[in-house]
Design a protein around this ligand. Sequence first.
Ligand code: G3P
Length: 217
Amino acid sequence: MKFFIDTANLDQIREAQELGVLDGVTTNPSLMAKEGITGKDNIFKHYKKICDIVDGDVSAEVIATDFDGIVREGEELAELHEQIIVKVPMIKDGVKAIKYFSDKGIKTNCTLVFSPGQALLAAKAGATYVSPFIGRLDDISTDGLNLISEIRMIYDNYGFETEILAASVRHTMHVIDCAKIGADVMTGPLSSIVGLLNHPLTDIGLEKFLADHKKGN
Ligand code: G3P
């Protein structure tokens, strides 16, 4: 299972990278805005900075919503760095653009996916990753994890190679449940990754080991 961090915050990306378990980064326009990164030049520079920190895939989202605009923007983003994955929304022109990019060998992440049918379309169009937003489904009393299971079944039935990137992960249990179900990737905040470290018995056990060692020396 790949671990991506879902942020545009360079310090948090560095911290996850230094832990040694990071496989990539996802961003979106809201996360960029949260860091105060605005304007095309600054946004592009920021993507390059992220690519310099991590070794893996870095999702960069297009703003255009028409086919020509998505293609133009996506090609510019893909030119920026070999680690860039063009993130395209699940809309009609987005699906067409994913197919176009796939035929050209440009990797894509189909975002804002909330149903198995949308995930099927993304795979048919040749998306590299599909991003079902589990937290936002949970927010409206719908089982986000169930969507991951349904997509897993559909992709396995037909051997689709599109990787299931569980997005809108909010906490450690989402990560664990996604791992049980067989999501290929999860993307979440730093807290959902480092939170996996914690167990009180680890802390108690370590304290005792160190105290016993001190007694014997
Ligand atoms: O990867 C998608 C993600 O950024 C959305 O997360 O927490 O805003 O629903 P959230």
